[in-house]
Design a protein around this ligand. Structure first.
Ligand SMILES: [Zn+2]
Length: 239
C-alpha cells in the first residue's frame, strides 16, 4: 500500500478517536448529573414540606390560644350564671354558652385535623429524607466510578495524542495539507473505507475503474462523488 495512504489512514483514525473522547467524557458527566438533579429535586421537596409543617404548627398554636380563650369565657359565663336576675338574661347567657361550646368543639376538631395532617407530612418527610440519603450514597459511588472512567479516557487520549504527534513528525507536509482541506468539511470522515464498492463517506457506488485503483492502493484515490480519500478496509486491517 502507498505509504502516504497508510499514514493518512492512521492519522484519520487518531483524529476520529480524539474527537470521540470529549463526548465520552460528557456522557460520563451526564450520568452523574441525572443523579444530582434527582437529589436536588428531593431537597426542594423536603424544604417545601418543612414549610408546610411549620405552617400547620403555627395554625395549631393559634387554635390552642383560641381554645384557652374560649375556656375562660365559659368560666365567666358560669360565674355570671349565679348572679342572673331575669329570664331574658338567663336566655342570653345560655345562648352565649352554647356558642362558646360550639366554638370549642370546632377548635378541638381543627386541632385534631391539623395533628393528623402534620403526622402525614412528617411521614412523607421521613420517606424523603431516607430517599435523599440513598440518592447521596449513589452519587458518591457514581462519582468514584465516573472519575475513574474519565481518568482512563484521559490516559487513552494522551496515548493517542502521543501516537499522533509521533506520526506527524515524519508526515509529508503536502499530504497533510491535502488531508486537512478535506477534513475541514468532511470532519472525521476525510479518509473512509470502501465497502461493497461504495464510498463510506457519501455512500455512493464508485465505478469499476476507481474501485480497481482503490484495491491496488498504489496511489491516493479520492471518491469521484464527494472527494474523500478512499481505501480498501481489509488491506488496512492486515497492515
Ligand atoms: Zn464519496
Amino acid at each position: 500500500m502507498n505509504k502516504y495512504l497508510q499514514d493518512l489512514i492512521k492519522l484519520s483514525k487518531f483524529d476520529t478517536a480524539i474527537s470521540m473522547f470529549e463526548p465520552k467524557i460528557e456522557n460520563e458527566k451526564a450520568k452523574l448529573a441525572t443523579f444530582v438533579e434527582t437529589a436536588e429535586e428531593i431537597k426542594a421537596s423536603i424544604n417545601a414540606l418543612y414549610l408546610e409543617i411549620d405552617d400547620i404548627k403555627s395554625k395549631r398554636t393559634k387554635n390552642n390560644i383560641h381554645l384557652s380563650e374560649l375556656k375562660s369565657k365559659l368560666e365567666d359565663i358560669s360565674k355570671k350564671n349565679d348572679s342572673v336576675q331575669t329570664e331574658k338574661e338567663l336566655k342570653a347567657l345560655q345562648l352565649e354558652e352554647e356558642i362558646a361550646k360550639e366554638q370549642i368543639a370546632f377548635a378541638n376538631e381543627e386541632i385534631n385535623r391539623l395533628d393528623t395532617l402534620a403526622e402525614t407530612k412528617e411521614e412523607s418527610l421521613k420517606e424523603l429524607q431516607d430517599k435523599l440519603t440513598e440518592e447521596e450514597e449513589s452519587i458518591k459511588e457514581i462519582q468514584v466510578a465516573v472519575d475513574n472512567t474519565i481518568e482512563e479516557i484521559n490516559k487513552e487520549r494522551n496515548v493517542v495524542y502521543q501516537d499522533r504527534s509521533e506520526l506527524l513528525e515524519k508526515f509529508d507536509n503536502k499530504i497533510l495539507t491535502f488531508y486537512e482541506k478535506i477534513k475541514r468539511w468532511a470532519k472525521d470522515s476525510a479518509v473512509v473505507p470502501v465497502k461493497k464498492q461504495a464510498c463510506y463517506g457519501c455512500y455512493m457506488k464508485i465505478n469499476d475503474k476507481t474501485y480497481a485503483e482503490v484495491i491496488k492502493s498504489e496511489e491516493i484515490i479520492n471518491c469521484p462523488h464527494c472527494g474523500r480519500i478512499l481505501y480498501k478496509e481489509d488491506e488496512t486491517e492486515e497492515a
